[in-house]
Design a protein around this ligand. Structure first.
Ligand SMILES: NC(=O)c1ccc[n+]([C@@H]2O[C@H](COP(=O)([O-])OP(=O)(O)OC[C@H]3O[C@@H](n4cnc5c(N)ncnc54)[C@H](O)[C@@H]3O)[C@@H](O)[C@H]2O)c1
Length: 282
């Protein structure tokens, strides 16, 4: 096969990350990272739908993206754990855009702070367990079923599941310790985080082969921690576990999102792309 011409390579370099005209859905679109995912997709030309329980913020973020990038962005109030809500969102999105090209399963349950020791395995309530699994896994299942099925009908689409570094390593509970508390009062990373994030990799692999012949690619990203005003004591402990010596800035996840949502990753499916400053290689 002949080498590419310069012109075709230049055209490819421009087109690989171009999402013009594509319709992208971001669940948990009103949190810390959802708006960042939405922003890079809109900047690449996509029309973005932000789904969240928090309507005010999803709608205001969508308005900001419309203004900033000139693409058609909307915010919808949707509880992704509710099949009826998901179906209503599907109908509204298809009515408006006629298609769905990209789904980012990003939402996670971060309830208001509860007693720190209540997160410990021995005390974690069934209610808390079920709430975390419902958002993280059931929500991703319902969203993938509704929107992935539309992609199958189109013969093309992309799903990205947002896991975390705890999809590939265990939590190091020592980094969460607080002075002055006994061992059984110490805060921990709750078990549901490990279970949900590892489960999302299972969903990723399952759908990657299930829809491989339907033109739908399914990948995951596993970011490490992102700076968000964490206590200095915690930061100094976790930074020592990371070869790059720091957490991520929230804009450092955007490159992976754009890569996996675009044709630049057209030969990738079933992959878990780890962005953790090297933490999981130690
Ligand atoms: N922030 C980090 O350091 C970090 C690191 C690694 C992975 N992650 C993952 O990235 C994703 C986004 O994280 P974040 O920091 O932006 O979290 P966040 O808590 O700021 O945002 C999550 C969003 O999901 C929404 N949500 C919760 N339940 C919902 C439901 N039933 N229906 C619809 N929306 C719902 C919330 O309202 C919130 O806006 C999560 O999956 C998280 O686990 C975050």
């Amino acid at each position: 096969m002949a080498n590419q011409t310069r012109e075709s390579a230049v055209a490819l370099a421009k087109e690989l990350f171009n999402l013009s005209g594509r319709v992208a859905i971001v669940t948990g679109g009103a949190g810390l990272l959802g708006p960042m995912h939405a922003e890079i997709l809109a900047a690449a030309g996509a029309n973005v739908v932000l789904l969240d329980l928090k309507n005010g913020k999803a709608a205001s973020e969508a308005a900001r993206l419309r203004e900033e990038y000139g693409t058609d962005c909307i915010g919808l109030t949707t509880d992704i754990t509710n099949a009826g809500d998901i179906d209503a969102a599907r109908q509204e999105i298809l009515g408006h855009f006629k298609r769905v090209d990209i789904l980012i399963n990003n939402a996670a349950n971060n309830p208001d702070p509860i007693g720190l020791a209540d997160l410990r395995f021995e005390h974690l309530s069934l209610e808390h367990w079920e709430a975390d699994i419902r958002v993280g896994l059931t929500g991703a299942f319902l969203s993938s079923r509704a929107f992935g099925t539309e992609m199958v009908k189109q013969g093309k689409g992309v799903i990205v599941n947002v896991a975390s570094d705890l999809s590939v390593i265990a939590p190091d509970q020592r980094i969460y310790r607080l002075d002055g508390l006994s061992d059984d009062e110490q805060p921990v990373k709750q078990v549901t985080h490990s279970v949900v994030k590892t489960g999302l990799i299972g969903l990723t692999r399952y759908l990657a082969t299930y829809w491989a012949q339907s033109g739908v690619r399914v990948n995951a990203i596993s970011p490490g921690g992102v700076y968000n005003s964490q206590p200095i004591e915690f930061l100094s402990r976790i930074e020592q576990l990371i070869p790059l010596g720091r957490l991520a800035r929230k804009d450092e996840i955007q490159g992976a999102i754009l890569f996996l949502c675009s044709d630049a990753s057209s030969y990738m499916t079933g992959h878990n792309l780890v962005l953790d400053g090297g933490r999981s290689i130690l």
